[in-house]
Design a protein around this ligand. Sequence first.
Ligand code: NAD
Length: 353
Amino acid sequence: MTVLITGGAGFIGSAVVRKLVGQRGTSTVNVDKLTYAGNLDSLEQIADHPAYSFERVDICNEEEVRRVFVQYRPSAVAHLAAESHVDRSIDAPGEFVQTNVVGTYILLREALRYWQALASREREAFRFLHVSTDEVFGSLGAEGYFKEDTGYQPNSPYSASKAGSDHLVRAWHHTYGLPTLTSNCSNNYGPFQFPEKLIPLTILNALAGRPLPVYGRGENTRDWLYVDDHADALLTILERGTLGETYCVGGRNERRNIDVVRAICTIVDEMVPDAAIGSRHRLIEFVRDRPGHDMRYAIDASKVERELGWRPSETFETGLRKTVEWYVNNREWWERVRSGSYRGERLGLGVTS
Ligand code: NAD
């Protein structure tokens, strides 16, 4: 069995590849364009494993995508490649439409062409997992949860492009019979996350004694899931999910952004006390809110728990502690990642390009 994973050099994709190759020895081909968010350093521990192959390919390049299918003959696809940062989608929505919508369309088309030509046993075994986000459902008020039957109300260019890709996947299943599965997951955090997202950005700024920007009043609430728990959920859905179904994945860990930032300050103060910096809580600064900022996301994950037996193993407290510890101990990784064009500056104020 060979798994074709797209976006395997990214944050979540690399966690899936480390699990597939490092823990299970499953033959895996990683198809990744290596944008600013893709980093082969995240795969160093499995890079020389005989079960691992890497193809630097843009999923929008249909000839190359076709070649990869023919060359590796995968029995499953896990599609994670995407532009993934909401703030960047506000500044440059075109790239999100290109990779997330057009790229998913090309991948679906080539997967279908490949699947239709398979012998019947292989055709029956084949599965295509599309990895999406809970942001497609829009924003919740103080009450309620997103579930598999929640209507789509995407609000940002990022979530709109992901919603578009979810609909294409649905159509390829219903129209052409492609054996697809879709997951919609809440916010992830953990090791190897590009330090533009809230948790790693706050950890690195706290370590450096720099200001800790919090959008608006910090009341926006996210439902956090540790990345390895998400990777486990994805492999569970890929192996045991019912074809044509969608699964909501989340950790039952709702936190307001301000509480996340405060928790990081407390852990960093304890792990890396610095008399010159003093308490990191003093570094918190409320800044202009993100345009169109969704107020609250929360997932009801009971379907994936009940039907597939998946459960997260980390609480937010244990996962956050592990994450801070990882960034403290892996300075070389994030210094190299940061030596590219992004240096931690504010993105997403609405200057489109
Ligand atoms: P990421 O930005 O860390 O990684 C994305 C990867 O995709 C990178 O390695 C990048 O090089 C690659 N990529 C981008 N465009 C490509 C293209 N055109 N062709 C080939 N490769 C390309 O993203 P992530 O946080 O790991 O998210 C992975 C997936 O999970 C995305 O589809 C995202 O929408 C979804 N998701 C993320 C979260 C989260 O909290 N991070 C939550 C739910 C769902």
